[in-house]
Design a protein around this ligand. Structure first.
Ligand code: GLA
Length: 376
């Protein structure tokens, strides 16, 4: 069915040249901006967020800054608060850009999110290293974790609304990932991280965050076990984040619905924390020096209209489920501002978000806003 009212995005070279010319004549200025704002349309109390990069939190990317400010009421740092960004060396923390990120959100009255304290990735090797070249012992690793959390969470006490305390602790089968944190400390490293975060800022919300919770029921069950164990220990956990790195046909609407229902049944809230929709075929990177197969990068000249409309429907369907669960969900955050900002490009041309490379709203934006307008 032809989608009505959608902007047809055609990026053939001639069109691109014309678009650039029109922009040069300022026709793509404020007049071409979207007239609706996601943050005004979401149910009361919801946060609608976006992950921002340092060019954005430092306000160098002014077009993105305008868009973020107009559209969103929450921000997550794409990389700035990861262990390797903030605590690269054992005896030194880096806070300049991080402070600017927090100030960016505060100045705009946004909820500022912290991402992420304990993860197996983007963490420097010293964190887990023992003096003998192997893994550090439990006490040493716990103390490093405690100092990291106390310093970073403590610095932004009262200013960061909530923290992804532990990221991606699970395998797809629901067992605990054999990360260096787990090998060094034991299974209770998760509980310890939540305990340290609570100590550092008793007022901050604390989250467990992972991917594939919608598509892998066993993994979802693992997340539910983590929540219940934290609750049994009397530790604070406010919400589970399903990252939401999704594809056009997966997860299904039923899977998203079921996931929110099951997670919410534990008593905590649910968040979609890193939403994007990957439109490219799964593929291994080309061998060094070899060109990429054209089939691996099918949309170099633009996104065909049928795929653009499929993306819009996919987002609309997801937001219908989110709205159905409006009292269960506290936040939906997109992982990136516009297609050009997305981690999903990685040398290819992907189109996973609501704004295109020119920061113009896509059909997906129009459809999401239409769904949100039906909410009451
Ligand atoms: C994971 C992490 C994010 C980000 C994305 C990909 O989902 O939680 O911080 O690194 O991968 O960019």
């Amino acid at each position: 069915m032809q989608h009505k009212g959608a902007r047809r995005i055609d990026r053939r070279p001639v069109t691109r040249a014309l678009t650039a010319a029109a922009c040069a004549l300022a026709l793509c200025g404020p007049a071409a901006q979207e007239t609706r704002a996601l943050k005004d349309l979401v149910p009361g109390g919801w946060l609608i967020g976006v992950a921002i990069n340092q060019n954005q939190s430092d306000e160098r990317d002014t077009a993105a800054v305008d868009l973020i400010t107009r559209q969103f009421n929450a921000i997550s740092p794409e990389n700035l608060l990861k262990f390797e960004s903030v605590h690269r060396q054992p005896d030194g923390f880096t806070f300049e850009a991080q402070d600017r990120y927090v100030a960016f959100g505060q100045q705009r009255g946004m909820a500022v999110i912290g991402h992420t304290l304990v993860w197996h990735s983007q963490t420097p090797a010293w964190v887990w290293a023992g003096s003998d070249g192997g893994l550090a012992d439990r006490a040493t690793m716990l103390e490093r974790m405690r100092v990291h959390i106390a310093t970073v969470v403590g610095r932004y006490k009262g200013r960061i609304r909530g923290w992804d305390v532990v990221n991606e602790a699970l395998n797809d089968d629901g067992t605990l990932r054999d990360s260096p944190w787990r090998r060094g400390i034991g299974d209770d490293y998760i509980a310890k991280a939540f305990e340290f975060a609570r100590e550092a800022d008793p007022g901050a919300e604390l989250y467990y965050n992972d991917f594939n919770l919608a598509t892998r029921p066993a993994k979802r069950a693992g997340a539910i076990r983590i929540v219940k164990e934290l609750q049994q220990r009397g530790l604070r956990i406010d919400a589970v984040g399903e990252q939401g790195h999704w594809r056009l046909n997966t997860p299904t609407v039923a899977e998203i619905d079921q996931t929110i229902t099951e997670l919410r049944a534990t008593g905590v809230k649910v968040m979609i924390t890193e939403l994007d929709v990957n439109l490219l075929p799964p593929t291994a990177p080309p061998a060094p020096g070899q060109p990429r197969e054209p089939a691996a990068n099918p949309y170099v000249d633009g996104l065909p209209d049928d795929v653009q409309q499929a993306l819009a429907r996919c987002y609309a369907n997801a937001f219908r489920v989110f709205l159905k669960h409006r009292d269960d969900i506290t936040r939906v955050t997109f992982w990136g501002v516009s297609d050009g900002d997305s981690w999903l490009n990685r040398g290819r041309m992907n189109y996973p978000l609501l704004w295109d490379r020119q920061r113009q709203p896509k059909a997906a934006f129009e459809e999401v806003t239409k769904v949100l307008m039906t909410k009451s």
